[in-house]
Structures are given as structure tokens and as C-alpha cells.
Write a protein that binds this ligand. Structure first.
Ligand SMILES: Nc1ncnc2c1ncn2[C@@H]1O[C@H](COP(=O)(O)OP(=O)(O)OP(=O)(O)O)[C@@H](O)[C@H]1O
Length: 314
């Protein structure tokens, strides 16, 4: 497991990471979510031994990152922010170089290169210089070098940044498949990515952890948890009847689609039965009807734009 205790980083007078404590077990995919400048990359750089903490400790499967950096780094794969690489090398040369640095030679080296080339679909660019690749391919090369030694811990800073939707889907599938027996920590700005791949999400702002929960627990904190959206095909004036339903806290009207309403429930209420009862009693035609589990963007905004966190998020 990874155990992080009271981790801190200051740059001069500025505190970028302000005492973060958590642990992660194999099988977990932990997502760091936060506004720009929240401290996600700085935390990852300290977890991987890339920069020295100003305070606190990081232990990776029992190896302290400062006391035993080689043992810790052997079992970590790291995709740094922006996926830096040696741009004048071809993909094949670069992966060969990384494999050698990781201690592989001969057939073992080649079979490891072949495996990651296959996993990241790099065949078409294998003999091209990395500098000439598109942003998406560069990112895939970055992920390939991070997994070449089949590490127990994978730390990926914005792994899908710059990828097209198909590539995003592929990389998320890969992360999911790798995560079965590994610890995976990713940072992302993409909220849908958290629901798609993370078993746990940590919202960070101003170098502090504001929330640490499963994506569905976070969604349940949203005002849209159990909200019902309905689109009705009727000329009746339905809004006041919907607003008067028991358990309804507020009704939002869709600006662009007539007859479409979102019913926000009071805490722990369900408005679904009351709404369907009203619709049936009046014989209104339903064009669309669904219940939401909640909205992560709503929770993210709430947490990161209140109180001390306002400055960071704006
Ligand atoms: N080497 C450095 N010297 C001075 N300040 C730094 C340094 N590295 C990071 N910072 C500052 O620390 C804060 C946290 O930066 P960090 O890159 O960790 O944020 P982040 O959450 O990863 O943001 P983003 O989502 O934009 O990548 C920022 O205000 C950044 O400007």
C-alpha cells in the first residue's frame, strides 16, 4: 500500500501542498480532482520522489521515498505532467532506452517493448521521432514507458489530456484492466473520467483534501441526487402543479426545450412516484423521464468555490 502522512510542499513563502494524509490499497484507482494550481501535480511529484517534500512522509509498499528511493521507484511507473520524453529518439529507441534503464536486456527487453506497443497501439509510429508525433501519440508513448516494467504502483498525471474520444476510451479501458492488482493514481480535470475509471476520488484545492469518497458517494452530495427530469408534451400549464408536489424543493425549467423540467427533491425524498402519479392522473404524454444519481460538477463547484477555496477556483 501507499501511505502518505502530513505531506507538505512550499515554494518560498507559497504553500502548494498543505498537509495531505491518506493511504491507497492495491485494486484502487484514486483520482485527484482539483482546479488549476490545486497541488495535484506537486503531490504526485513528491509521491514519485521527483521532488523533495518540505514535510511529511511517503511510504510505498514499506519503502520510504526519501530513505529508500531506489526500492520505491522500482515499483512505481510515472507519467509526468505533459508526458516529457527525449524528442529526437524514435518511439522504439525511447522505449528501448527506458527498458534498459529499468534493467531489461535481450529478449526480455524486446518482449516488454512489444507488449506496451500493442497495449498503447503504437505500431504505426514506432520508428518516428517522438518530436514529430501528435499530442495524443506522445501521451500514449508516455503511458507506455510508465508501464514497461509492470509496476505495482502507477501514477499518471492527466493521462488522457490531448487524446481524441476513441483514444480516451482505450486508455481508460487500459487503466481499468491494469488496476486489478495495482495501485493507480491519476489526476484529471475531466469529471466524467472520475466516474468512468476511479473507484475513489479526492477533491483537492489550495493544497488540501476537501473530499475523499467514492464517485457515487460524491454524487450523492449533489442537489441533483435523485432529481427527476421530465419532458411533457402538453399544452396544460403544468409548472405550478409540479412545484406543489410533496417532496419537491425546487423546479428548474429547461431554457431551450418547452415542457421540460428538473425536479430537485428535498433531502432524502423521492419525487418520482408523486410525479408519475400526477402525469398519469392528467393523461400527459411523456417524451422523456429519468432519475439522476447526482452531478459531480455540482459537488466540485460547491466544494472548490466556497470560503477559502474561492480564489483558487476562479
Ligand atoms: N517549482 C515551482 N516553483 C514555484 N511554484 C510552483 C512550482 N511548482 C508548482 N508551483 C505552484 O504550486 C501550485 C500547485 O501547482 P500544481 O502544478 O501542483 O497544481 P495542479 O493542481 O497540478 O494544477 P494543474 O491542474 O493546473 O496542473 C501552483 O500555484 C503552482 O504555480
Amino acid at each position: 500500500m501507499i501511505r502518505i502522512d502530513n505531506l507538505k510542499k512550499s515554494f518560498g513563502d507559497f504553500c502548494a501542498v498543505d498537509g495531505i494524509t491518506f493511504s491507497v490499497e492495491p485494486g484502487e484507482v484514486l483520482g485527484f480532482l482539483g482546479p488549476n494550481g490545486a497541488g495535484k501535480s506537486t503531490t504526485m511529484k513528491m509521491l514519485t520522489g521527483f521532488i523533495k517534500p518540505s514535510g511529511g512522509t511517503v511510504s510505498v509498499f514499506g519503502h520510504d521515498i526519501e530513505q529508500a528511493p531506489l526500492q520505491a521507484k522500482k515499483i512505481i511507473g510515472y507519467l509526468p505532467e505533459g508526458a516529457p520524453a527525449y524528442g529526437d529518439m524514435t518511439v522504439h529507441q525511447y522505449l528501448g532506452f527506458i527498458a534498459r534503464v529499468r534493467g531489461f536486456s535481450g529478449d526480455e527487453q524486446q518482449s516488454r517493448i512489444n507488449r506496451v506497443v500493442e497495449q498503447l497501439a503504437l505500431q504505426a509510429v514506432l520508428h518516428r521521432p517522438i518530436d514529430n508525433l501528435s499530442k495524443g501519440f506522445k501521451r500514449r508513448v508516455g503511458i507506455a514507458q510508465a508501464i514497461i516494467h509492470d509496476p505495482q504502483v502507477l501514477i499518471l498525471d492527466e493521462p488522457t489530456d490531448g487524446l481524441d474520444p476513441n483514444q480516451k476510451h482505450q486508455v481508460r479501458e487500459l487503466i481499468r484492466s491494469l488496476s486489478k492488482d495495482k495501485i493507480v493514481i491519476i489526476s484529471t480535470h475531466i469529471l466524467e473520467e472520475v466516474s468512468a475509471v476511479c473507484s475513489r476520488a479526492m477533491i483537492i484545492a489550495n493544497g488540501r483534501v476537501l473530499a475523499d469518497a467514492t464517485p457515487s458517494e460524491l454524487e450523492a452530495r449533489s442537489r441533483y441526487h435523485h432529481a427527476v427530469t421530465v419532458e411533457l408534451d402538453t399544452d396544460d400549464n403544468v409548472q405550478s402543479a409540479i412545484e406543489a408536489l410533496p417532496g419537491v424543493k425546487a423546479v428548474e425549467i429547461s431554457g431551450s426545450i418547452p415542457g421540460r423540467f428538473t425536479l430537485i427533491p428535498n433531502d432524502d425524498s423521492s419525487v418520482f412516484n408523486a410525479l408519475t402519479g400526477l402525469v398519469a392522473a392528467n393523461g400527459w404524454e411523456v417524451k422523456e423521464l429519468y432519475v439522476e444519481s447526482g452531478r459531480l460538477d455540482d459537488v466540485f463547484r460547491d466544494l472548490t468555490t466556497t470560503g477559502d477555496n474561492r480564489e483558487v477556483a476562479e
